[in-house]
Design a protein around this ligand. Structure first.
Ligand code: GLN
Length: 304
C-alpha cells in the first residue's frame, strides 16, 4: 500500500491550521512549540519507511516514554510488578489523585502518572545510575545512540511538578515508593524530557509490533508474552480517560504524550508515530487522534 498518498490525503482533509486544540502550556518548552507542526512516520516490520511533514523534527515525547520504562521494569521484575501497580483502565485524567486514596496507594495502571512514578521507583531500586542505564536501554531499543534527555525540559517539569510531587507523597505514605522521593521524581522528570522525531519514535517502538524482538538487531527486548501484555495495557490505558475513544475510533494499541506525539502499534505489521502539538481537553493530540482514526479507516486495517 502507498501509505504516503494516504497520509497526504488525510492531512489535507484535516486542515491542521483550523485545529481547535491547545498546545500544552504548563512549561515554556511546550508552550513555545509551533502549533502547526505536523509529522507522521510509519515503519513496517520489514523496515520499509513512509513519512510525511515534519517527521524528522525532534519533539518532547513526554508520557510516551512511560511505555519504555514499563518495558524495562517488567523485563527486570517479571510478574511481581503487578503487586505494585494494576492493569485496569483508570477512566481518570493522567495526573489524577482521586483513586489512589481508596486504592491504598496502588495505581490503577503503569501509564497514568501515579503508575509511572511507581515504575520509576522500581527502576531507581534496580540500578546504580538509573538515568544513565535507562537512556542506554532506550538507545539500544531504538538502535540510535543519539537519543537523549533534555535537561531544560526536565528542569521545567520539576519547577511545575506540584501534582507529581503530591502523587508521589501520597503513594509513599502507603509504602509503595521505596526510595527517596526527590530521586524518583528527578528520574521521572527526565523520563518525560526525552526527545525524538516521529521517525525515531516509530523505529523505537517497532519491537512491540515484532513480538518483543528489536528488528534491527534481532535482540529480544522482552518475551512474546510480555510484549503482548504491554500492547494490551496500551490498548486499555494509553489515552487515560480517552482510551475507550481511541480504541473505538482507531482500533490499535497506542500511547500519547502532552508534547502532541502518539505512537500506535499494528502487531506483525507496523509502528506509526504522529506529531501534532495541539491537544484536546483530555491532553491527547487532537489532530493526531483524528489522523489515526482516518488512517485505519482508509487502510481498512486495525487489530479488530
Ligand atoms: N510531564 C507530564 C506530567 O508528568 C507528562 C504527562 C503526559 O504526557 N500526559 O504531567
Amino acid at each position: 500500500m502507498n501509505y504516503i498518498e494516504v497520509f497526504s490525503k488525510i492531512y489535507y482533509e484535516l486542515e491542521v491550521s483550523n485545529d481547535p486544540g491547545k498546545v500544552a502550556s504548563y512549561i515554556p518548552e511546550l508552550r513555545d512549540v509551533n502549533p502547526d507542526k505536523f509529522g507522521v512516520h510509519l515503519t513496517t516490520i520489514d523496515d520499509d519507511h513512509y513519512e510525511f511533514g515534519d517527521s524528522d523534527e525532534k519533539f518532547s515525547i513526554q508520557s510516551i516514554a512511560k511505555v519504555l520504562a514499563l518495558v524495562l521494569a517488567y523485563k527486570l521484575e517479571g510478574e511481581k510488578l503487578w503487586k505494585r501497580v494494576g492493569v485496569e483502565p483508570s477512566g481518570t485524567a493522567f495526573n489524577s489523585l482521586v483513586q489512589l486514596e481508596y486504592d491504598l496507594g496502588i495505581p490503577r495502571n503503569p501509564l497514568i502518572n501515579a503508575g509511572a512514578l511507581v515504575i520509576c521507583d522500581i527502576l531507581v531500586s534496580k540500578f546504580e545510575n538509573p538515568k544513565q542505564e535507562f537512556i542506554q536501554f532506550v538507545r539500544k531499543v531504538s538502535d540510535n545512540p543519539d537519543i537523549d534527555y533534555c535537561s531544560r525540559i526536565a528542569n521545567s517539569e520539576k519547577l511545575a511538578g506540584y501534582r507529581n510531587a503530591a502523587l508521589i507523597n501520597l503513594i509513599k505514605s502507603f509504602g509503595n515508593i521505596k526510595n527517596d522521593i526527590d530521586v524518583v521524581l528527578d528520574f521521572y522528570f527526565n523520563l518525560c524530557s526525552i526527545e525524538m522525531s516521529c521517525k525515531e519514535l516509530s523505529r523505537t517502538f517497532l519491537f512491540l509490533a515484532a513480538y518483543g524482538v528489536c528488528p534491527y538487531t534481532n535482540e529480544v527486548i522482552i518475551s512474546v508474552s510480555k510484549s503482548k501484555r504491554v500492547n494490551a495495557i496500551m490498548q486499555l490505558c494509553g489515552f487515560y480517560d480517552e482510551a475507550g475513544e481511541f480504541s473505538f475510533k482507531v482500533g490499535l494499541p497506542g500511547k500519547s504524550g502532552v508534547g502532541g506525539g502518539i505512537v500506535a502499534i499494528h502487531p506483525n505489521k507496523y509502528c506509526i508515530a504522529v506529531w501534532s502539538p495541539r491537544l484536546n481537553k483530555k491532553g491527547n493530540s487532537n489532530m493526531g487522534m483524528k489522523f489515526l482514526e482516518l488512517f485505519t479507516t482508509e487502510t481498512q486495517a486495525s487489530i479488530f
